[in-house]
Write a protein that binds this ligand. Structure first.
Ligand code: NAD
Length: 366
């Protein structure tokens, strides 16, 4: 297969971690006979320095011409970088928001997977962790409370703020379909999370999810209220496969789910639209505090590349190969600095490695 991949290396550790993801992809290409063509796309602080804006129209066109975009991270130190003296619409993050909007990326996917070897970083008790957990949070990204009309006004002399939460059936249907499609590639279970005991938007959500579920007879689905889901994530996370939910609930639950897995350097993500296109990026930022030191953890970006193979290119075997290589490297005791054992934990059989070495080790095991 020939794949056109737009590459946004970005700022800070971005170029370092993207280099390692490309290294692993190229190894996959060699082993499985695929050709990955990369087009560099400027976005973020580096684009501001080169063009004066965080994302140019040419950059958007280049992203649209790609099958998928693999991204590192953008932004700098928000206290000291001159990028943050600029007007908000000219700052690095404005580029990412503009790109998401231009590409209509309405579905955000964040896996929460607990690696056996990193169990110690999980704040939950051993009996709750058991043999680990593996879930995917599917969050609606372009509707709901964050995009509804809002205002602050004086009502009878009292300052009053209003936000509105709106979803139409089409917005719900397209994300629900995406959620069930993803479940078909996993353990075929969807937990749809809402607040249908209170909110009209949630009652519509529930109704449409039930309609969509009829087209996926192999997928087991259930509804769960968001307050219960927040509890279940720490009480029994093993029960979840795909959690399908709206924008604000997903914002909160995906952070909760990622906290129980440990390091930010391990967390991949994808943002999808209703074609096969996706933007794949680590959940963390540009980590200016460690940029240029060669110590950043490239695993989240490498796992984002695996998601790209699975969800844009339908290369499941190849995605499995990357995920297994990551597990193997952890099993052999290799760690970047952020996932090293904490004080008091055993370091027997553990070796600290830098960014490039971690990329090499994973590529070798692919
Ligand atoms: P951050 O995620 O960059 O860093 C938080 C902490 O996690 C730091 O100590 C950092 O060293 C560590 N860290 C993050 N990724 C790591 C990795 N791969 N390996 C090892 N350690 C890692 O968050 P921040 O410091 O709040 O933000 C820094 C910049 O990143 C800001 O400009 C912010 O706006 C931007 N940001 C960008 C994105 C994105 O590109 N999507 C996301 C979040 C933040």
């Amino acid at each position: 297969m020939e794949c056109q991949i737009g590459v946004i290396s970005g700022d800070g550790i971005g170029p370092e971690i993207v280099t390692e993801a490309k290294k692993v992809l190229d190894q996959i290409g060699k082993k499985y006979g695929h050709l990955f063509h990369y087009t560099d796309i400027l976005m973020g602080g580096c684009s501001i320095d080169a063009t004066g804006v965080p994302l140019t129209d040419d950059a958007i066109a280049a992203a649209k011409a790609s099958d998928a975009v693999l991204m590192g991270s953008i932004g700098g130190n928000t206290s000291t970088s001159p990028w943050y003296q600029l007007a908000p619409e000219l700052r690095p993050e404005a580029g990412l928001l503009k790109l998401r909007k231009s590409l209509n990326l309405f579905a955000n996917l964040r896996p929460a997977y607990l690696y056996e070897e990193l169990k110690a970083a999980c704040p939950l008790r051993d009996d709750i962790i058991g043999t680990g957990f593996d879930m995917m949070i599917m969050r609606e990204l372009t509707g709901g409370l964050y995009f509804g009309a809002r205002k602050t006004e004086e009502v009878d002399g009292v300052t009053t703020a209003t936000d509105t939460l709106t979803y139409n059936e089409n917005e719900i249907r397209r994300i629900a379909k995406r959620g069930f499609d993803i479940a078909m590639k996993r353990r075929k279970k969807v937990t749809s999370v809402d607040k249908a005991n209170v909110l009209d938007s949630s009652r519509l959500w529930r109704k449409i999810v039930e309609e969509v579920a009829k087209d996926y007879p192999e997928v087991t689905y259930e509804h769960m209220l968001v307050d219960n889901c927040a509890m279940q994530l720490v009480k029994d996370p093993k029960q979840f496969d795909v959690i399908l939910t709206e924008n604000m609930f997903g914002d909160i639950l995906s952070d909760e789910a990622s906290m129980v897995t440990g390091s930010i350097g391990m967390l991949s993500s994808a943002s999808l639209n209703d074609t096969k296109f996706g933007l794949y990026e680590p959940s963390g930022g540009s980590a200016p505090d460690i940029a240029g030191k060669g110590i950043a953890n490239p695993i989240a970006t490498i796992l984002s590349a695996a998601m790209m193979l699975r969800y844009t290119f339908d290369l499941d075997k190849e995605a499995d190969a990357i995920e297994n290589a990551v597990k193997q490297v952890l099993k052999e005791g290799y760690r970047t600095i952020d996932i090293m054992p904490q004080a008091g934990e055993s370091t027997e059989g553990i070796e600290q490695v830098g960014t490039a070495k971690m990329g090499d080790l994973i590529a070798e095991r692919v």
